[in-house]
Structures are given as structure tokens and as C-alpha cells.
Design a protein around this ligand. Structure first.
Ligand code: ATP
Length: 241
């Protein structure tokens, strides 16, 4: 579904954020991309979503392939048409708009009937969001905002969902809930999921495979179970929690 090959990314021509990263995400697979602050995780998300230029970044070398097609320099609309939706870090939504309005904005390219059905599906999945559908999104809790950005992403009916740090700033209980939701979505919809996290334990509980990034390079790659059971990997690469 998604294949990243020897990707090098620079910002402003000088800051090397990714230094030859390769990564595969298969059909229906869930993969975690872990690593400390500044490792390059968000840069990879931006690269596969066609969003680097927005951040003064560009691909220096390597390839991104999506559904077998060359997508390295494709713009976000082209990438979304191919079926990849990325949720960037920090729960990007319109704070002064309500959940209904945010969903309408996210689905503005859909035919009206598909938008209506999509919104009904989102509200059925997240009843709490339905209760607060007419309140300003900025007043929702972190967990509710995360559900809203997930709902906005689902409206576009992605085949590949990339989520950057959904657990950020959430209580352990809510982190667990978000992980359960992502896992359920992946299974029910047959999505391929690339989960970018600093919270290794939470991410490892729902993924098949894992990549660990450090300073723009992949320093570990393997089965999630094996990584979880490998004390060295957990402590050395991911830190004790
Ligand atoms: P975090 O979890 O803090 O977001 P990350 O693993 O996602 O970290 P990136 O945000 O991809 O890491 O950052 C990788 C490197 O690129 C860092 O050195 C960072 O300072 C740099 N960087 C990221 N965005 C930009 C930008 N827009 N302009 C210049 N440098 C940037």
C-alpha cells in the first residue's frame, strides 16, 4: 500500500531530518513508527502526505510509492485521491467551529449524500461527539478532539491512515481508548495503519510491526511482539516507562 525507499528529507536546504529511511506498510497491516523527539517521525508523515513544502521541506532523495504509484512529489490532493489520509500532530481542527461544521469542512469534496452518511457513521461511532455536536470544538476534551479529527479523517474513506502522535497530552485511560478505537477501525474497515508515537507501549499493543527512528535513521525494525519482549530494545531504544 505504502512504500518508502531510502528517503532523505531536508528543511530550508540544510537541515537533514530523514537520512535514508525505508519503510513498508502492507494491505490491512498496522505498523508503528516510534522514536524520541526530533527523530524525524513527523517529517516522514509530511513526506508521505505531500505536505513537506508547507513546512519549507523537500525530498532530497528516495521514493514514496502509494498503491504502486510514484507519489514522491505528489500534492496532498493527489495523495488523498490515491487513498492516503494523514492526521498531523496536535489534533488539527477548527477550534471556533462545532464538530458538525468541522466534519462538513473535512468532507467538503464529497457529494452531499455521502457527506450526510459519513457524518451519521461518525456520530454513531462516537456518541459523545454527537452529544456535543453543536459546541465549539475548542471546548471539547483532548479525547473528544482526538475522536473528532479521527472522524474527519474517516469521512474521506482512506485506505491508508497515518496518525501522528494521537496519544499526546491524553490521560492513560484515554490513550487506551484511542488505541482501541484505531485497532477497531483498522479491523472493521480493513485499513492499513501507520501509527506514529512516542508512547511505545501504547502503540505496540495494537500493531503488527514496528520501526524505531533515531536522528533520521531506522535503528530497529521488527515484529511488535518481539520488540515488546526484547528488554534491550524497550530500554535502549524506547526508554523505560
Ligand atoms: P517530534 O515528536 O518532536 O515532532 P519528530 O520525531 O516528529 O519529533 P521531526 O519533527 O520530523 O521529528 O523533526 C526532525 C528534525 O527536523 C528535527 O531536527 C527538527 O528540528 C527538524 N525540523 C522539523 N520541522 C522543521 C521545519 N519546518 N523547519 C526546519 N527544521 C525542521
Amino acid at each position: 500500500m505504502l512504500s518508502v525507499e531510502n528517503l532523505k528529507v531536508v528543511y530550508r536546504g540544510v537541515i537533514l531530518a530523514l537520512d535514508g529511511v525505508s519503510l513498508e506498510l502492507g494491505d490491512g497491516e498496522a505498523v508503528a513508527l516510534l522514536g524520541p523527539n526530533g527523530a524525524g517521525k513527523s517529517s516522514l508523515v509530511r513526506a508521505v502526505a505531500g505536505l513537506l513544502p508547507k513546512f519549507e521541506g523537500r525530498v532530497l532523495d528516495g521514493h514514496v510509492r502509494l498503491m504502486g504509484q510514484e507519489a514522491t512529489h505528489m500534492d496532498p490532493v493527489g495523495i488523498s485521491r490515491l487513498g492516503l489520509t494523514a492526521i498531523l500532530e496536535g489534533r488539527p481542527l477548527f477550534r471556533y467551529l462545532t464538530p458538525v461544521e468541522n466534519l462538513m469542512a473535512a468532507g467538503h469534496r464529497l457529494p452531499p449524500k455521502a457527506l450526510k452518511e459519513g457524518m451519521e457513521e461518525v456520530f454513531a461511532r462516537f456518541p459523545r461527539l454527537y452529544e456535543r455536536r453543536h459546541e465549539q470544538a475548542g471546548y471539547l476534551s483532548g479525547g473528544e478532539q482526538q475522536m473528532l479529527v479521527l472522524g474527519m479523517a474517516l469521512l474521506t474513506r482512506p485506505k491508508v491512515l497515518v496518525v501522528d502522535e494521537p496519544s499526546l497530552g491524553l490521560s492513560p485511560k484515554l490513550v487506551e481508548e484511542v488505541m482501541r478505537t484505531l485497532d477497531a477501525l483498522r479491523r472493521e474497515k480493513g485499513l492499513s495503519l501507520l501509527l506514529v508515537e512516542q508512547n511505545a507501549r501504547a502503540a505496540l499493543s495494537i500493531v503488527d510491526r514496528v520501526y524505531v527512528l533515531e536522528r533520521g535513521r531506522v535503528v530497529f525494525e521488527g515484529d511488535a511482539k518481539a520488540a515488546q519482549e526484547d528488554q534491550d530494545v524497550m530500554e535502549f531504544y524506547l526508554g523505560k516507562e
